[in-house]
Design a protein around this ligand. Structure first.
Ligand code: NDP
Ligand code: X2X
Ligand code: MG
Ligand code: MG
Length: 336
């Protein structure tokens, strides 16, 4: 049975038109949610901690800013969009004491509810609306009149309105322009962690880096290696995004298409897929979550070491030089 997809025509904004939405945080997702909801005509307040570096950015965007406590007290819906590792402490200290009956507590990712790190009270609605893409792109596509697909889930429906509120919220940030479907906190959490690790972020970056290093170590010019293994990925993926594998393969040469079929399975092998299944099990059984939280609670030693390794990598240095020569690639700093 195909999933029921929800689009603008299927979803009313009325469940949230007279509600105040507190967006807690002002980072990648939060700035996009806040601005998109505001531009949809909904009532938004941004909740930030004392001395927040984000305050000036939110105010420059024309958004009202309050403390997390005041924003929670005032709002009907509280959308918690700060880093996953920091959510439990902020929730306990600044949100829970003011999360009164009838309000809604919302998330952009199910991590902390699914792994039992945040346990909301029974008298509130609990839902998630997870856009399927980076926050900066959620804002960009909305501003361009387009939308980013999203998924929503209800973990607790105290008011009997939670599902309609979640769907209206998804429309408010522009996701029903592209399509929204219902999920669960478990499915959203596990598929999102799997996808970002095995394909979108971990898989893709390691594939690109291995390809670049293979060419450079064989003596080819790093600029050609950059164009071939990184820059052109977007161009190929744009065709896949628009037309699927078939459309992309229509555009490339027969030579490339033949090589695609011959060599692809040598790179992404049966062992790769077997390891993907192991990755999924690690996620399902909480081992990844525990490793992430342990690193976070120790000040991210592993994460910072990895960040350091890439900082001087030729892929980054050559890439920046080449991108600087392409005026059509935005040089604008990311807003947050
Ligand atoms: N990044 C993405 O594209 C996606 C993220 N998500 C989910 O969205 C949620 C937010 O992630 P993301 O947007 O990446 O978060 P960010 O890392 O971009 O969040 C930064 C914001 O969080 C605030 N913040 C950080 N730590 C604290 C704290 N301890 N107390 C209060 N405020 C704090 C910062 O404020 P200050 O200026 O005060 O430091 C800043 O405004 C997560 O659940 C994530 O899984 C879901 C889909 C995609
Ligand atoms: C951008 C997105 O969808 C991710 C990869 O899940 C995330 O940033 O957590
Ligand atoms: Mg994701
Ligand atoms: Mg994610």
């Amino acid at each position: 049975m195909p999933a029921k997809m929800f689009y603008d025509r299927d979803v009313s904004l009325s469940p949230i038109e007279d509600k105040l939405i507190a967006i807690i945080g002002y980072g990648s997702q939060a700035h996009a949610h806040a601005q998109n909801l505001r531009d949809t005509g909904l009532n938004v307040v941004v909740g930030l901690r004392e001395g927040s570096a984000s305050r000036v950015k939110a105010e420059q965007a024309g958004l009202r800013v309050a403390s997390i406590e005041d924003a929670t007290r005032e709002a009907d819906i509280v959308m918690l969009l700060i880093p996953d590792e920091n959510q439990p402490a902020t929730y306990e200290q600044s949100i829970a004491p003011h999360l009164t009956e009838g309000k809604a507590l919302a998330f952009g990712h199910g991590f902390n509810v699914h792994f039992g790190r945040i346990k909301p009270p029974t008298g509130v609605d609990v839902f998630l609306v997870a856009p399927k893409g980076p926050g900066h792109m959620l804002r960009r596509v909305y501003a361009d009149g387009a939308g980013m697909p999203g998924i929503f889930a209800v973990a607790q429906d105290a008011t009997g309105q939670a599902r309609d509120i979640a769907l209206a919220y998804a429309r408010g940030i522009g996701c029903t322009r592209a399509g929204v479907l219902e999920t669960t906190f478990k499915e959203e959490t596990e598929t999102d962690l799997f996808g970002e690790q095995s394909v979108l972020c971990g898989g893709v970056t390691n594939l690109i880096q291995a390809g670049f290093e293979t060419l450079v170590e064989a003596g080819y010019q790093p600029e050609i290696a950059y164009f071939e293994t990184l820059h052109e990925v977007k161009l190929i993926v744009d065709l896949i995004y628009e037309k699927g594998f078939e459309g992309m393969r229509h555009s490339i040469s027969n030579t490339a298409e033949f090589g695609d079929y011959v060599t692809g399975p040598r790179i992404v092998t049966e062992q790769t897929k077997a390891e993907m299944k192991n990755v999924l099990t690690d996620i399902q059984e909480g081992r990844f979550a525990q490793r992430f939280i342990d690193d976070a609670e120790s000040g991210f030693p592993f994460m910072n070491e990895q960040r350091g390794k890439m900082r001087g990598h030729q892929l980054e240095t050559v890439g920046k030089e080449l991108r600087d020569m392409m005026p059509f690639i935005s040089k604008k700093e990311l807003e947050v």
